[in-house]
Structures are given as structure tokens and as C-alpha cells.
Write a protein that binds this ligand. Sequence first.
Ligand SMILES: [Zn+2]
Length: 911
Amino acid sequence: MMAKSKEVLAGKRAKRRIAVVPHTHWDREWYEPFQTFRLRLVRMLDQLLGLLESDPSYARFLLDGQMAVVDDYLAVRPENEERIRALAAAGRLSMGPWYILLDEFLVSGETIVRDLQMGLRRGAAFGSTMEVGYLPDMFGHVAQMPQVLRLAGFEHAVVWRGVPSAVDKTAFVWEALDGSAVRAEYLVTGYGNGASLPSDAKELVRRITDHEKEIGDFLIDDMLFMNGTDHQEPQPWLGRVVEEANAIQDDYALEVTSLADYLRGRRSDGLVTWRGELRSGFRANVLMGVASNRVDVKKAAALAERSLERRAEPLNALFVPAQDWPGALLDLAWLEMVRNAAHDSSCACSVDEVIDAVLVRYAEARRIGDGLAEQALTALQRSLAQPGPTVVNVTARARGGMVEVVVPGEDVPPGTQALPDEPGAFGIPRGMGPLTLDATTVKTILGMLPSGSQIDTHTWIQDVRVEEDESGIDIAIVFGPEERFDVPLASIKQDLYTRLGARPDSIVRIRIDQPAVRRVVARVDAVPGFGWRPFAPAALEHPVTVSEPAADDPAPVVVSNGLVTVLVDGTDGTFAIDGVAGFGRLVEGGDHGDSYNYSPPAGDRLVDTPDSVSVTVTEHGPVRAVAVVTAAYTWPDHVDGVTRARTGSVTVTVTTEIELRAEERAVRVTTRFVNPASDHRLRVHLPLPEPAAESEAECAFAVVRRGLDAEGRPDERGLPTFPSRRFVTAGGLTVAHEGLLEYELVDIEDGPSGRRAGTLALTVLRSTGMLSRLGMSYRPLPAGPLTPVEGLQLRGRPIEARYVLCVGCDDPYALADDAFIPLDVVYSPGGGTRSPTGRALEVEGAEVSAVRRVAGLLEVRVFNPTDRPAQVRTGERSGWLVDLKGRTLEAMDGSFELRPFGIATVRLAGD
Ligand SMILES: [Zn+2]
């Protein structure tokens, strides 16, 4: 302190410390495919390891905060693992904390947590992990990120994009919705402010002086100089030039250091506090249009997340013995999910080869999830004491709902609704006469049959009878809807082989007995959370009825269940819910933007009127009614590159199914078409029952509230198109969806109580043909390479948009679960030990994010999406609250209090 005052008195300012952090930002895949970037990664790391080992003045290196860089390298250079371990142990190489630098808005909260846990685990294998929430390039940040970081024990974050104008220093306090906070170091001009360091010391000092002028008002004290950028190789002269720069001047003290060392001990006193998400484009692009490009990728992500998080993990944790927990398969699936979470991967701002790979990874993760869920349901099915169909509820809350079930007999049971008959198993019509074949053919068929008794989802072999006389061999196979364990298939097969072998010239007559069954839909009463109960059709208090006008009558089709009434307008194809008209209006406009941003073409013209409309009713209740709107449109073909105006025309037929079920307030909508055009955006407009000044959208572990505007700047229009994970609420309307991440409140008018929006626009499709573009009206400068990417157009691709509308919905989480996580039905053979009705786990009072096994124990992650404290109850089960590293926080005996907007992980004792 004394020395500093003396310097000030002498008119000489104290030396400013310049923390040079050498690093590289390694997008695993982006404008080049993964393997191309990996060749560069191997070259870069080969060079870097040698440099670190031979030059102590190249003191530190930040491996971009993501362990994928290390694993991708070691897959090619396994022999260098010890070298990396030694450098990490010496503090020269920073490991993790992430597995991948993800996008925070386009993946689930669980994916964020798993990414961090995977990175911490992998980093720990090298001795230590960087305990800094390094988030350098993400396209904005979710509101609960500070809480996630705190739950891993971190006190610091490092951010760039999304920081609002309210922050005007190089650090601020970033607070999550629950109040937990980290100190956030703000990279005012990005993670590359010290990229490509000159080898000349004078020039380096000049660079630092210029940068100090550029961001001088932001500086609190020291200056962080991030020496790296996208895929940058290390500059071997770093240590020398830093030493020389220190020798030739007295203004700066340069030091090669690490982020963790730079941040250690830095305090938050006097810093501005920002609470919640960071989505401002005030100083850097936030690239909000990535939420709506390649809608197929977003949907694939939603399906895979649901398969793993909401089905495979809870079903296996609860219904499969702990020792059979399929950890290795789930790890494989999660590795694919986490790799896809990378900001250039899930954001699909990449070349087609990359997006193809992303889709394959999502498909593989989902196949693993679906297969494991099926296995766990089979385990449950076999464990039940009572035979017959049983309904399973894989969500935490007790709930009834509609199920599709196969019942024996010709009749449609009371309270159910028949579905069209399906052909029998193998497509063989029921009641077909015997099939006559020769013995050799039958032998061939036998060899091709699967070994189990299951024929298809609803059909098992119940019995096989073989008889023989002079005229030939008769085989009668009985199919049935329940699994049987007492059919000795192997010995029957062996017996048949013997008989066929003994009489190779004989005739074989095969008869298949398929008892009559009906496929029906029915409503079932509440099934316990994480529980099951025998299938029984519930009495319908609010059956669905349909009134259809005569062919030439312009009156609407009316679908109602007494709780909600839907009128489908045959003139324009829209529908009304409880008197609010205009739902489902498709609004098509041009998009001369790119994968990152929407940007309208010159003189854009919107098309929202169909050329023709027809409405048919395909299901009439009482359990479910479906009206189908078929609408033909003429859309412009593409945007002309020279005039930047839309030109040409194409026709398209769009079908929209509008479904209402008994006892439900939700209206389910599915829109399908084959995209016929390029350079355009299609949104469905949904009128708000009440004008709205804000929206509430689901993001990771929270619902966030947003106004009608977004902060931007001339270089990037502050477009208030926002992401929602599974649902968004505004003006009394809740929309839950399957990966339709982008919404905007539109039709904004000034009223007596301020600006209010009348409509929620949900993006169904955004097609552009460029990774990045120059000179766009909404974002003039490029955000990436100016590469044409045909796949971004999705031209000629089938598009299916699924969403659910609910007016006056009281629980959007329940709405989203009911809409997209159906009740399951298993067909029990009976004879097990599990009681006919029960529940495997009780979790009440909070939303459940994960149920899985960790080291044999049941681990449950919950969050409180409300602003009130919640009492979380786990029935009779006690356990321990743990942090995201699995460290015990406190004991829990059947219940614990969860702070408003809090996230908690609990491990339960016993099985
Ligand atoms: Zn990046």
C-alpha cells in the first residue's frame, strides 16, 4: 500500500499486471468435420507437449477447459498419456472442467450436469481439474449456471457472449435464481484478445497498450490476456517475448499464468451483480438463430434426452436389480449426448458432414436408451404376480391418461375406443387356413427363427403341437398376447429337425392359431408415480364428442370433452380453443440469414392464407378424437442472390392433426409437410388469451421470465426470439413441444398498461443455405466461414412438428410430461412376486431431473422451479444430499427442504 501511494504521489502509476494465459479454442467439429480437425489437434498437441517439456518459460497451457481435446488426442497417441499426466500434475496443463464446451440453451439441464461430471472425472484421472467455470464461446448462458458451478464447488466463471450492458467492468457477480453466485470474469472482447502474440517485444507492448486503451474503462486492476483463439497453435517464442517485454518498459508486469492462478483469491467486493441468464447481444453476437436452424437436429436431441433421462435411467434404476445396472451402455450413450452438446454441434452451425454425424450420435444414444427402457419394462413385466396388461408410470407424479392396449376377444370393452384392426403377427391374416410347404423349406425357416418366444410387441408363442401321419407332418402354433415361459421351444425345434430330416420328401402343413384380439385406446385412472397398476378402463366423466357439419355446410367441426371445446375452421384451417380463435395459423416468410441468425430478405412478403383447405375427422371419441386439416399453400421458391428478394413459387400440402382426449385440457397438434422451398422461415401463430408483456420459458433447472425485447447492437439485431426447452407460457397459454425450441411474442401493441403482445409465434422451420453470410440486414458481419451448406435448407425433407396447447394450464411440467412421456403398458404372464399395484420410488415436492444408480445406490436429482421453499419427500427412504462431485453435504431422513429455485442431488440408502 505504501509503495503504491508513493508511486501515485510521484505521478507514476503502478505497474499493471498482464496475465498471459496461453490456450487454444478447440471446436471439435464445425466448418470442418471432426476427423479433419483432429488431424490438426494431433499436430498441435504433439508440438505443444514438446514445447512445454523443453521450455520452462512456456509455463502454462489451457486445454480449452474441455477433456474431449485430451481424449481425442490420446485415441491417436495413447503412448503420450504419461507425458500429459506429468504436465498436468506439475500444473503446466490445465485439465477440464468440462468434457465439452457445450451450448447451454440447446441441451437439457441433465446434459449440462453430465458434461461437467464427465469432465471432472476425466480430469481427475490426470491428477487435477481446473476448478473454473470456463465458458468462453457459448452463445449466451443459462440462468442456473452459477448454481451448477457452485454445486461442483466452483467460485469462478469466465464468460464472454451474452453479458448485458449493465455490466461495465471485467468482472461481475453472477447470481443464479436460487441466489448462489460465482465471480464471473468477463472477457470483454472475447477469448482471443491476446491471440497470435507477436515475437517482437516492442510490438507486444504496443498490442497491450492498444488493448488497454480499448477496454481501459472496464479494467478493475489486472488485465487478462488470452493468448489463443480458434484452433490456434502455440507460439514458441511466448516465454522469451514476455521476458523481453518486461525488460523494456515499466508500465506492465507480464506473466505467463493459468486461469485458476489468475483468479485465485479474487474477490467480489464492489462488483455489479447480475441475476439470471446472459443473452444480450450488446457487445458480442449471441447468435440466437441457432435455436431454429436444422429443426431435425433439435428434435433428435429432444427424443434422445427423453429416452435416456426420463425412461432408460429411471426404469433401469427402479426395476432392474442394482447389480444389473447397465452403466457401461449408458456411459456410451451419454458420451454421444455430451459430444453433441458442443456449441457448434447441437447448434448445427456446421457443415453437412458434421450435422450428419450429430444426427447419428443422437440416434445411437436414443437406440441405447429405448432398448434399455424396453429391457427394464420386460424385467418389470416378468416380476408381476398377476397376469394381464399393467400400466406403468415412469414419471414422479401420480397420473392417469390414455393408453393403447391389446385386449383379448372380438368385442370392444366398455369405456374403450376401438382402433383399426391390424393384421396378425408376421402379417398373417387371422383365421387363415394351413400353409403347405415342403420339409426343406421348413428346415430353412426354422433356422431363421429367433430363439425366443416373442413374435412382435404384442405376440408370443403360447404352444406348439406337432403331429405326423402318412400324408405328412402337421404343425400347429398358437400365438397369444402374453409371454409364456413354459414352452420348451428349443426341444420342440430339435424334435422338428429330427422329424424333417427323417422324412425330407414329406409335406408339412403349418397352421397358426391367432386368437382374436382388439387394439383399443382407453383412459386409465391415476397410476402412482414411478409405479404400476393393472389396466382397467376408467369411467369417462368427460368423453370426447365430435360434431361434423354436412359436406356443403361451412360450419366448423366441433370437438369437445366438456372441459375444453375446439372449433376447427374449414375456411382457413385455423382452430379456436374455448372461443379464442386463430390457433394454428401458419405464417411463412423469407429468411436470407444463415445458420446463426434469422434475417429477412428484401421486401419480404408473408404467406399465411392457404389456397384450399379441407377438414376430416379420423377418430370420433369417446377416448380420443382427431380432426385433420389439409391445407394447400403456394410459397416462394427461394431468395434470389442478386436482388435479395424472394422469387419463384412452389406448392405444398400441410396436414395438421388436432387431437383432444377425454378428461384432458390439452389440445395436441401435429403438423407435417415436406419442405418444398429454400431460404424461408415457417412459424405457427398461437393467439394469447390475454395480451402479455412477458413470457416464461423452461430452461435448464428453471423457468425463466423474459420481456418483449432483447438487447442487441447494430452488428446484431436484438431479436427477441428466445429458446424454451420443453414449454413456454404467455398470456394464459402454455405451449409444450418436442424440440421446437424457438418462440417469439409478436403482434405487439401499445395499450393503457404498456406494450403487450397478442400472439406467440413458434418456429416450425428455418431454412437457409449458408453457414455464415456477409451483409445480412440483421447481422452485417460474418459469424463464421462464408460456406454454402445445402443441408441447412432442409429442402425436400419431411418435417413433423409436435406441440400441445393448454389454456389456463396450472402445471407446465406436468403438461410436458403428459404430452410426450406416455404411460407404458406391459403384458404380464403372472407368477412373479411383485404386487399388482405399487410404486418403486416416492419423490414429491419438486421436479425430478434424474433417477439413476451411482456406485449401486439410487441417486435422485430434483429441482424446485418455484420461488417458495419446497419440502422434498422421499417416502420412508433416508439418505444423503451430495454435491455434483458426489461429496456428502448432509444426511436426509425421508424429507428435506429445498430453497426456492434450488437443485439438489440425494443418494438413497438401501436398494
Ligand atoms: Zn467455439
